[in-house]
Design a protein around this ligand. Structure first.
Ligand code: TYD
Ligand code: MG
Length: 454
């Protein structure tokens, strides 16, 4: 029986129920409903006075309407993902696994912006002030006029932010903040939602940009409150594969820019360095290209990026062959294997198949299909692709190779990095390199088998 005023909030999706159940009726997660005290008993809302909303027409929306101003922080890769800098009055949520480098990135963003004359504050709820200062010193940021605070009380933070005219503030992390208006425990959905709500309101009211750091659960969602994702203007994910120094900042939502833009960083002893030319990073340029490797000419956001896709096809020792992917979607691998089998007669039923994207990049572009298929065929035939060849093209279930977006930019980037050949969909005009077009996957596979290139 529900007690008076008790509500049950799902710690996964944030949905609120009036009674407890083992499974959240909203998102289907198990054991996520936790009792939290409602801050206000239902029905206690004061009736508000009727107000009339303002109506505006689209007319007159010409060049005279200025684009939103931006704070260029000086961390170029960060600004790129934002869409050209942080918009004053906006709220950004940055999520990522523990230890991926969120605190490092945002300390750097705050420090660089402060060096450029912006009023910046970095509020840590996780580390002591001396720890943050020590890190700033190691990273060579000691001279940046950033205001540091170690604080978890939302009231103290809001008072502090109202006392001085700040332009940009980092809250590290939103899960450590608590508001004394709510009795729920810090980190609970109620607290996180309340703290995010207050901070977003302050951002809008004072034209202050607020960057919230959010922890990510094992399942990859920003812990607890999906609701925070709806409150903010932009959601970025900071990703990196374990064992690689590369870190990628990816937009998941952005009201002020494109979401397919990525920022690439490298984690070193003195913090993160920006990687301006990511192609060089994801390519294995040393030595001959082995059988099973294909260089994919991809597009990440507005930038062409070349990346090596590696496949290994080996006889299976067990009844059920293994399929393993790193940086690639396993459903998409299954599809490519099925098309190779059905349309090209290449069987993998008794083979283990491994597919790896070099450098820790995760590829989601369908344009990479043909590169993956080429790597698989190359490994299956034990025939290496030419050292200086890039591959791109989408594969349909019928076994066709489809054209993809921005083929010219892909080829130009390849030429710039010294590649002299390309394999892709038929009919590409004005290729910057020697081009082999294949309208069917079977043709491309045949060429790889015969090592026949134009
Ligand atoms: P951190 O920013 O604390 O991660 P998060 O806030 O996402 O939990 O980064 C932690 C890791 O980064 C830690 O394992 C050490 C490493 N690191 C470096 O390699 N070089 C550096 O200069 C810094 C500051 C951290
Ligand atoms: Mg941290």
């Amino acid at each position: 029986m529900a007690r008076d005023g008790a509500i049950y909030a799902c710690q996964s999706c944030g949905a609120v129920q009036t009674r407890w159940s083992g499974q959240c009726p909203a998102c289907g997660a198990w054991n996520t409903l936790v009792e939290e005290l409602a801050s206000r008993p239902p029905g206690a809302l004061k009736p508000t006075k009727a107000t009339r909303s303002r109506h505006l027409a689209f007319e007159g929306l010409d060049e005279a309407t200025p684009a939103p101003p931006r704070i260029a922080t000086g961390v170029g890769e960060w600004d790129r993902v934002c869409g050209g800098g942080v918009v004053p009055g906006s709220a950004i949520l940055v999520g990522g696994d523990p230890g991926v480098g969120k605190s490092t990135l945002l300390l750097q963003v705050a420090a660089e912006a402060a060096r450029r004359g912006q009023g910046c504050a970095y509020i840590s709820g996780e580390e002591a002030i001396e720890q943050v200062r020590g890190r700033a010193q190691r990273m060579g940021l000691a001279d940046a006029p950033v205001k540091l605070a170690a604080e978890t009380s939302l009231r103290a933070i809001l008072d502090g932010l109202k006392a001085e005219p700040f332009d940009l503030v980092v809250i590290d992390s939103i899960q450590t903040m608590w508001s004394d208006n709510h009795e729920a425990a810090p980190g609970s959905v109620t607290q996180v939602r309340a703290a995010a709500g207050e901070l977003v309101r302050l951002a809008k009211k004072r034209g202050l940009a607020v960057i919230l750091v959010g922890h990510v659960t094992k399942e990859g969602a920003i812990a607890g409150p999906r609701v925070v994702e709806h409150m903010v203007d932009a959601v970025f994910a900071f990703e990196g594969e374990r064992g690689y120094p590369f870190r990628i900042l990816r937009g998941a939502k952005n009201r002020f820019g494109a979401t397919d833009e990525i920022g690439v960083f490298e984690m070193g002893d003195a913090g993160l360095t920006e990687v301006r030319n990511p192609s060089a990073l994801f390519l294995n340029t040393a030595g001959e290209r082995a059988a099973g490797a294909a260089v994919f000419a991809g597009i990440e956001g507005s930038r062409p990026v070349l990346v090596e896709i590696q496949a290994l096809v080996a006889p299976s020792a067990y009844g059920t062959p293994r399929r393993a992917v790193v940086g690639w979607d396993s459903g998409r691998l299954a599809m490519i294997l099925a098309v190779l089998e059905a349309r090209c007669g290449l069987g993998f039923g008794d083979k283990d198949v491994y597919l790896n994207v070099a450098g820790g990049l995760r590829i989601s572009e369908p344009a990479a299909d043909l590169a993956a298929a080429a790597a698989l065929a190359s490994s299956a035939f034990d025939v290496a692709l030419p050292q200086d060849c890039v591959v791109f093209g989408e594969i349909s279930l019928s076994g066709e190779v489809r054209p993809v977006s921005r083929m010219e930019s892909r080829l130009k980037e390849a030429a710039k990095l010294g590649f002299r050949q390309a394999l892709g969909p038929a009919d590409v005009d004005g290729a910057a390199v020697a081009y082999t077009g294949a309208s069917r996957l079977a043709d491309a596979v045949q060429r790889i088998h015969d090592a026949a290139w134009d």
